[in-house]
Design a binder for this molecule. Structure first.
Ligand code: ADP
Ligand code: MG
Length: 283
C-alpha cells in the first residue's frame, strides 16, 4: 500500500522488513495472583487474516492489550514487525505505532465529535498535515468503509450499530496501517450487518494487503474470512490452523466449539465448502 503519511525512511529499521507483523513468544500475563497467560506463543503472518478465539475470560482482550502496549508483559516477548517492543525507544515506539490500527471491543468513538472528527483524530495526533488535507483523508476513509458521505457530519449516537463499527474501522485505518487489530467487531450486530462487515474486512485485507488480527466468537466469520485461527485455552494458544483443520483437533474446548451445533451450521454455510470428512458427523 502506498501511504501518503509514511514515516521518514530513516525511522524504518531495515532488518525488520521480513519479520512477521506480530510475534508473541512465551508470554506470561498476570493480574496479581490471577495468571491469565502462561507460555503463550502466537504469530500473525504478513497479509493473513488471523482469527483469535477462546472462551469468555480466556484472555483474548488482555492479549490484544499486551501486544499493543497497554499492558506490560509479565514474561516473554512481544515483537511487532521484528522489533522487541520492550527494547523500543519512545521514538521507535511512535514509528511502529503508526503501522497498526485498532478497533476495540467497545468501539470507543468520541461521542461528542462527528464521525469525520473521530476519523481525523489520529491524523491530527500523528501528522502535521493541514486541516483541509486531514478532512479530505478522513472523508476518503469514510468512503472506504462503505459509509455514505453524509455520515461524516453525524455523531456516533446518530448511527446504527453497523455504521458505528464502520466509523471505528475508518478511524483504525486513518493512518494507512499495515496491521489491523479487531476485538469482536461483529458482536452485537444483527447477522446481516455482521456478514456485511466481514465481507468489508475481507475486501480491505485483500486490496490493502493488510494483516488482520481479529478476536471473534462469530463462527460464520471464522469460516468465511480467516486464513488461520489461533485457539486460546488453558492460558495459552492450544492450536492454530484453518477451521477445517481445527475441526479434527481433539482438544475438548475446540471440539465443543467447532463441532457443536453452531459450529456445524457455520461449517455448512461456509464457502468454499470444506472437503468431505473421512469420519461421518452425527447430527
Ligand atoms: N484490568 C484488569 N484487572 C484485573 N483483571 C483483569 C483486567 N482485565 C482483565 N482481567 C481478567 O483477565 C481475564 C481475561 O480477560 P479478557 O482478556 O478480557 O477475556 P476475554 O477473553 O473475554 O477477552 C479475566 O479473568 C479478567 O477478569
Ligand atoms: Mg474480550
Amino acid at each position: 500500500m502506498t501511504s501518503v503519511i509514511a514515516a521518514p525512511a530513516e525511522d524504518q529499521a531495515p532488518s525488520t522488513a521480513e519479520a512477521p507483523p506480530v510475534r508473541v513468544t512465551g508470554l506470561v500475563s498476570r493480574f496479581g495472583d490471577n495468571i491469565i497467560h502462561e507460555n503463550l506463543n502466537l504469530t500473525a503472518n504478513r497479509g493473513e487474516v488471523l482469527g483469535v478465539v477462546g472462551g469468555s475470560g480466556s484472555g483474548k482482550s488482555v492479549l490484544l492489550n499486551t501486544i499493543i502496549g497497554l499492558k506490560v508483559p509479565d514474561g516473554g516477548t512481544v515483537k511487532l514487525f521484528g522489533q522487541d517492543m520492550a527494547d523500543a525507544s519512545r521514538k521507535r515506539w511512535n514509528v511502529i505505532e503508526r503501522r497498526w490500527g485498532v478497533l476495540f471491543q467497545q468501539g470507543a468513538l468520541f461521542s461528542n465529535l462527528t464521525v469525520r472528527e473521530n476519523v481525523s483524530a489520529p491524523l491530527h495526533e500523528h501528522t502535521r498535515l493541514p486541516r483541509r488535507e486531514i478532512d479530505h483523508l478522513a472523508d476518503l476513509k469514510i468512503a472506504l468503509v462503505g459509509l455514505p458521505a453524509r455520515a461524516g457530519n453525524l455523531k456516533p449516537a446518530e448511527l446504527s450499530g453497523g455504521m458505528r463499527k464502520r466509523a471505528g474501522l475508518a478511524r483504525a485505518l486513518a493512518m494507512d496501517p499495515e496491521l489491523l487489530f479487531l476485538d469482536e467487531p461483529t458482536a452485537g450486530l444483527d447477522p446481516i450487518s455482521a456478514a456485511a462487515f466481514d465481507t468489508l474486512i475481507k475486501d480491505l485485507s485483500d486490496s490493502l494487503d493488510l494483516t488482520v488480527f481479529m478476536i471473534t466468537h462469530d463462527l460464520d466469520t471464522l469460516y468465511e474470512i480467516t486464513d488461520r485461527i489461533a485457539v486460546i485455552a488453558d492460558k495459552h494458544v492450544v492450536a492454530t490452523g484453518s477451521a477445517q483443520e481445527l475441526e479434527k483437533n481433539d482438544h475438548p474446548w475446540i471440539q465443543e466449539y467447532f463441532m457443536g451445533p453452531r459450529g456445524r451450521a457455520a461449517a455448512g454455510k461456509a464457502t468454499p465448502q470444506p472437503a468431505p470428512q473421512a469420519t461421518p458427523r452425527t447430527s
